[in-house]
Design a protein around this ligand. Sequence first.
Ligand SMILES: C[S@@+](CC[C@H](N)C(=O)[O-])C[C@H]1O[C@@H](n2cnc3c(N)ncnc32)[C@H](O)[C@@H]1O
Length: 160
Amino acid sequence: MRTTRDNLQVVLVQPEIHGNTGNAGRTCLAVGAQLHLVHPLGFSLDDSRVRRAGLDYWARVAPRVWPDWESFEASVPTLGEPWVFTAEAERTVWEVEFGPRPVLIFGQESVGLAGAIRRRYGRRQVGFPIHDPGVRSLNLANCVALACYEVLRQRLPRRA
Ligand SMILES: C[S@@+](CC[C@H](N)C(=O)[O-])C[C@H]1O[C@@H](n2cnc3c(N)ncnc32)[C@H](O)[C@@H]1O
């Protein structure tokens, strides 16, 4: 299946660090996904550092920007099937099938997604395993890249 902005959504909820958003946008462009940014953001989208992290591609990223979590969440059924990324998930990304229209949702760098929101998504919470107990979480932009490429891997035609 070819990835398009209709069938792969990447959502950063209240991102705080321009470099992560720029990097995530660059990954979205590379794989063909649509980036969504949910306000409040910890930086201005006009900040040159966002564009620098996304390199000269940033102008083409064209993120969809939402005023708040509530308005974004109300639109999820029209976008696809939600998956919430958290280091506290019981299931790893390798244990789920993301389906034809995944909406990959990531929390903010300092505190992640609120527990009350995460719990609403039950078994739709997924994570990347962390083996060292001293490491609490992975970098946000790295998670976006890992998740997007796992979706692409699942879309590869099955070998006979
Ligand atoms: C830097 S982390 C947030 C760390 C925050 N202190 C917390 O406890 O959630 C930012 C976002 O990256 C994603 N993330 C980080 N590590 C992850 C992991 N191991 N598995 C899945 N998502 C992860 C989550 O979406 C998280 O909300």
